[in-house]
Design a protein around this ligand. Structure first.
Ligand code: NDP
Length: 234
């Protein structure tokens, strides 16, 4: 059955691959984009996840065009890496506001309609770093770890209404976010990945579409790594 799907930050990278995977299987897909244009063939709404009013307007536009959001993918995210000693409070709170509070804002806005429909799927894109930590990433790791608490609490609150909330924890994925890594750093990271390679955004999308499917209806509060074995044990 076709569903209405909203992917935040769906204009590029992992979010775009997720949106395209849902569209390919026949779902009604909307993406939020903060900058630029919406990707071709997908319904785009401009939104900044740090701004509750812009999220509300985006949801209203999607509801008017495609119906209530049944599958929410909280994907929008950013990094502002630096060592703890040098990290400003703004660098910390800015990343948390986008990655964690932003996910809370969209989940809250989606939950009312999901409760009414007695069906919903929320998928939060975290990171292996949220579970294992990362030097220079106190802000990012904290924001991504927080998503686990969000998804598990939503599972406890809304689980009896056919609403699932899960976390996907990607490892190193080939997108703009990782394009900035130096050759040396990349080689070092690759050495620590049992799979010996980075993943494509499509490999993350495949897990997300499965979590949204009827066959994953009894999976909730889970953290699913898509990391080639990088985070084993975390
Ligand atoms: P990109 O940097 O390629 O894309 C990030 C997306 O998030 C863009 O669409 C961007 O919009 C959007 N975004 C950022 N801030 C905001 C905001 N305030 N409001 C709305 N949208 C915003 O990243 P990836 O595709 O690599 O990452 C997607 C998600 O996956 C992120 O949450 C990231 O943390 C996570 N992740 C990525 C990994 C990787 O190796 N790439 C590994 C583990 C997790 P805009 O185009 O306007 O900037």
């Amino acid at each position: 059955m076709a569903r209405t799907v909203l992917v935040t930050g769906g204009n590029r990278g992992i979010g775009l691959a997720i949106a395209q995977a849902f569209a390919k299987q026949g779902d009604r897909v909307a993406v939020t984009h903060r900058s630029g244009e919406a990707p071709e063939g997908l319904f785009g709404v401009r939104a900044d996840v740090t701004d509750a009013a812009s999220i509300d307007a985006a949801f209203s536009a999607v509801e008017a065009e495609l119906g209530p959001v049944e599958v929410l993918v909280a994907n929008a995210g950013m990094t502002a890496d630096t060592l703890l000693l040098r990290m400003s409070e703004e660098q910390f709170t800015g990343v948390v506001d986008t990655n964690l509070t932003g996910a809370f804002r969209v989940a809250k806005r989606a939950s009312g309609k999901m409760l009414r429909a007695k069906w919903g799927r929320m998928i939060f894109i975290s990171s292996v770093v949220g579970l294992a930590g990362g030097a220079g990433q106190v802000n990012y790791a904290a924001s991504k770890a927080g998503l686990v608490g969000v998804a598990r609490s939503i599972t406890r609150e809304l689980g009896s209404r056919n609403i699932t909330a899960n976390v996907v924890a990607p490892g190193f994925i080939d997108t703009d976010m990782t394009a900035g890594l130096t050759g040396d750093r990349k080689a070092e990271i690759l050495k620590s990945i049992p799979a010996g390679r980075m993943a494509s955004p499509e490999e993350v999308a495949a897990v997300v579409t499965w979590l949204a499917s009827d066959s994953a209806g009894y999976v909730s509060g889970a953290v699913i790594p898509v990391d080639g074995g990088l985070g084993m044990g975390h």
